[in-house]
Design a protein around this ligand. Structure first.
Ligand SMILES: [Mg+2]
Length: 219
């Protein structure tokens, strides 16, 4: 899109893992199963985020390996809050005060992300992520396999359906975020935690901090 790099946006679509927060949630959960399992799951995530394999191919596999309990997901929720990107809470609040719509669109675990969203003043209805199911005693039972967010281009489907006020800026570090680009005015690669060349290369903009993002959106 020709005006992709122009400043000023009414809506911001934010990725969570390695963008809003400096962790990869499912990888962290995998680490609870020992370093071998952690390394195996992290490798699958990294290949999907570089676009080397489709997320669809590994989503269920990663959760089947990890089988996180409700208590572990609650621990992860605390970690999301404590690993917020520098300035993120302040910047998201300022964007929202200025009337900008901020939505979270993540392939991560919805129950783990809701508390950090609440901390930022983002309503649950603007949090789009993958819900898990637990048994009555809190054991892992399954995930919402029908969610488009378990697929490589699912974020595009979700963002398109939201029909957000234009202009819309999508921000993220991974290949699944880049997939949103065709249905928004601009995509910014976020490189505050990780830099993936394949994502940066096709981005309209590159931001390393939330303060840069603020400048871009409110201009
Ligand atoms: Mg990410």
């Amino acid at each position: 899109m020709s005006d992709g790099a122009a400043k000023g946006f009414a809506s911001v679509v934010l990725d969570v893992d390695s963008t809003l927060c400096g962790i990869e949630g499912i990888d962290w959960l995998a680490g609870l199963r020992g370093s071998d399992v952690g390394a195996r799951v992290t490798a699958l995530t990294e290949r999907a985020m570089r676009g080397r394999i489709a997320l669809d191919a590994v989503y269920g596999e990663r959760l089947a390996i990890v089988q996180p309990s409700r208590a572990e997901v609650e621990m992860l929720a605390g970690l999301y809050v404590s690993s917020l990107a520098p300035g993120a809470a302040r910047v998201v609040r300022r964007l929202r005060d200025a009337g900008c719509r901020v939505v979270l669109v993540s392939g991560g675990v919805r129950e783990a992300i809701l508390p950090v969203a609440q901390r930022l003043g983002i309503p649950d209805s603007d949090v789009h992520a993958v819900a898990l199911r637990f048994t009555a005693d809190g054991e892992y039972e399954g995930y919402d396999a029908a969610s488009p967010l378990t697929t490589a281009v699912g974020k595009r489907t979700v963002v398109e359906a939201l029909a957000l006020p234009p202009r819309v800026l999508a921000v993220g570090d991974g290949a699944t975020d880049l997939a949103i680009r065709p249905v928004v005015e601009a995509f910014a690669a976020f490189t505050g935690f990780v830099t993936r060349d394949a994502v940066v290369q096709d981005a309209d903009l590159v931001v390393t901090t939330f303060d840069q993002l603020l400048d871009l959106v409110l201009a």
